[in-house]
Write a protein of this length. Structure first.
Length: 117
């Protein structure tokens, strides 16, 4: 599975961005898909994930502002980010694994999101 993330950019505080992660290879619909982020000087953190059945989880810091979704027909997972804050500035990476209990083994290259006025 190869993952290609896109959609990052510069946005003002309070603004919105939509990230996309296109997957190639087989088995997309069966995979758990997730978005991580890594800010400068900080550890990588799991922002959100979505299971093959559509169950989602979110980090407390983004609940109510971010929404993950997937389109299995397009082999794509999305991250809609609203009410962005400067502390959301980070490189966002998409990832995939075969089950909730498995390790994240597939990673995209990341897309930079900068929230600044």
């Amino acid at each position: 599975v190869q993952l290609q993330a896109s959609g990052g950019g510069l946005v003002q505080p309070g603004g919105s961005l939509r990230l996309s992660c296109a997957a190639s290879g087989s088995g997309f619909s069966n995979n758990v898909m997730g978005w991580y982020r890594q800010a400068p000087g900080k550890q990588r953190e799991l922002v959100t994930l979505i299971t093959s059945g559509g169950t989602t989880t979110y980090a407390d810091s983004v609940k109510g502002r971010f929404t993950i979704s997937r389109d299995n027909a397009k082999n794509t997972v999305y991250l809609q980010m609203n009410s962005l804050k400067p502390e959301d500035t980070a490189v966002y990476l998409c990832a995939a694994k075969q089950s909730l209990a498995a390790r994240w083994i597939y990673w995209g290259q990341g897309t930079l999101v900068t929230v600044s006025s």
